[in-house]
Design a protein around this ligand. Sequence first.
Ligand code: PBG
Length: 328
Amino acid sequence: MTLHLATRLRRTRASAWSRALHGETVLTPADLIWPLFITEGDAEEPISTLPGVSRWPVAGIVQRAKEARDLGIPCVALFPNTPRHLRTEDGREALNPDNLMCRATRAIKDAVPDIGVLTDVALDPYTAHGHDGLVDANGYVLNDATVEVLVGQSLNQARAGADIIAPSDMMDGRIGAIRTALEEGAFPNVQIMSYAAKYASAFYGPFRDAVGAAGLLQGDKKTYQMDPANAEEALREVALDLDEGADSVMVKPGLPYLDIIVRVKQAFDVPVFAYQVSGEYAMIEAAVAAGAGDRDKLVLETLLAFKRAGCSGVLTYHALHAAKLLHG
Ligand code: PBG
């Protein structure tokens, strides 16, 4: 039978050239931010829960940054694995101008000045208890006292050459405090990408292994990170951070929170980034290892989904692989 349909949506899908012509969303290497883990050691350290991802000494980090730049990836995100003996109750190593983060930042900016460096602001790589801030006698993470340290950490990173300060700690009021300090400290062009809607998620496990915080963390992060049940609250977080001077905002984790990305984009129409976090990466790799999916296709489809949802870009451990695929 012939239906004589006026509209056949399959018409434009019938050939590759037509599908290419009608594509609504484009993913390019310029949409990617590559998170990198730094070690004080002198050799590459593979991370077992993140197969294919390693910690690198500073020299290796510079090489990775060059690879990224050569493939058109505009920015790398740095995370240090601070040696155990430098982790303290107050996380003071975060303020050391020669800490691992600052050394890696300077080394990249010296050798590959045309790539952006995003630095994470939070105390968990530096505290003995694994929390993102200072804790009181009851283990409660103090807000205002923590913000004071985060301001010092941000200035420390800006002095080392950080291009984007990315606070991932979820303290109230930290964006405004950091923005003021950057303005007063003569860093008017240092950006702030706020982890605005960051959820207390089960998807961060491999990351905590990577930065060496897994065995240290006491309790959970539910008194500062968001409840996965909440979306209205994410909009309030974003509104505050924008008001306080964030240049862009992040939603984290990624795929389970695509609805949040869409709502944030629709409500504010500002640059929104997603963090496809360690547990998401591990799930894809586990699926591939189990023969349950094709890595290349899973990677490109998930990254495209973030663009479709409205993201300006995505932090992903698959960035280098994806950029190679996109270059064909
Ligand atoms: C901590 C931080 C975390 C991540 C980025 N910054 C973990 C946490 O909040 O415990 C997670 C990233 C990932 O899982 O890939 N400030």
